[in-house]
Design a protein around this ligand. Structure first.
Ligand code: NAP
Length: 281
């Protein structure tokens, strides 16, 4: 069996074409105003700096601007809250991205929740999560929402599927599970205290790896014909799932790299354009 490749890189490139057109039309309608995504990077973590740069580049590729805010490693919660407030009140800013993780002295949850709902284009606030989980309108958390957009594009019928999500972080595992549930999958969420993880994964029609450990989920745990979604990316170009042996016997999989990563960034700019359309359009 040859598996379907869920090509996030190709889909993101295709979406960028459409987003460029939407941004151009917004500029026409609003006397040349350019949608702006504010990105906040606290500290000097090289991986976070790279992600923020990639997000700024994606904005520019579709004709948006990004406002890059960089704050020192020893920034306090109060200082970060004050910066977020300033951006909330800036009418030229249509979306705010606070790059995760922030240095340990900062109350990250308080700072995420300070982002105004209408500018929460990365989908990190409790309010946005709650609304999404209740099926109300809200911007989805970028990585799981990107995965949902990818599954939808490839017409993966989620209704009735048993989805097993490995990981329960606030920005990935939990919203992923809620989105799959909203799409009428039957969802099992696994975490570090889960017993019999291989046996649970064996039941999965769709498995999402969101663990943060290279090739932690073994190919032998995954049944034939499953849909395999790997959110991880580690040095050496591997994800959280041992993917290579699965390529011949799963139904579909996200490549690493080129699967989930590009869709995360694309979803952030997709939701930023939607936010700009609400105020400028
Ligand atoms: P995280 O906050 O570290 O969460 C990891 C999750 O894995 C936790 O819920 C943890 O359980 C669970 N876990 C750890 N060890 C386990 C074990 N032995 N068995 C079962 N579950 C275990 O990580 P994250 O931010 O969600 O990220 C997860 C992965 O996605 C990482 O590889 C990250 O790089 C990737 N990611 C990719 C993107 C992208 O854009 N492509 C974006 C975000 C994250 P507990 O809750 O019990 O501790």
């Amino acid at each position: 069996m040859s598996a379907l490749i869920l090509d996030g890189k190709a889909l993101a490139a295709q979406c960028e074409q459409q987003l460029s057109e939407r941004v151009a039309s917004l500029k026409d309608k609003s006397a040349g105003k350019t949608p702006i995504l504010a990105t906040i990077l606290v500290g000097a973590d090289p991986a976070s700096a790279t992600y923020v740069k990639m997000k700024g580049n994606a904005c520019r590729r579709i004709g948006m601007d990004s406002l890059a805010v960089e704050m020192a490693d020893d920034t306090s919660t109060e200082q970060l809250l004050s910066k977020i407030n300033e951006l909330n009140n800036n009418p030229d800013v249509h979306g705010i991205l606070l790059q995760h993780p922030v240095p340990g002295q900062i109350d990250e949850r308080a700072c995420f929740d300070a982002i105004a709902l209408e500018k929460d284009v990365d989908g990190v606030t409790c309010l946005g999560f709650g609304r999404m989980a209740m099926g109300e309108e809200a911007y989805g958390c970028a990585t799981p929402k990107g995965i949902m957009r990818l599954l939808e594009h490839y017409s993966i019928a989620l209704e009735g599927m048993h989805a097993v999500v490995v990981g329960r972080s606030p920005i990935l595992g939990k919203p992923m599970a809620a989105m799959l549930l909203e799409a009428n999958a039957t969802v099992t969420i696994c975490h570090s205290r889960t017993r019999n993880l291989p046996a649970l994964i064996k039941q999965a029609d769709l498995v999402v790896g969101a663990v943060g450990r290279p090739e932690f989920i073994k190919a032998a745990w995954v049944k034939d014909g499953a849909v395999v979604i790997d959110a991880g990316y580690h040095p050496g170009g591997v994800g959280d799932i041992e993917l290579q042996p699965l390529k011949e016997r799963c139904a579909a999989y996200t490549p690493v790299p080129g699967g989930v990563g590009p869709m995360t960034i694309n979803t952030l700019i997709f939701q930023s354009v939607a936010s700009a359309e609400k105020t400028l359009g």
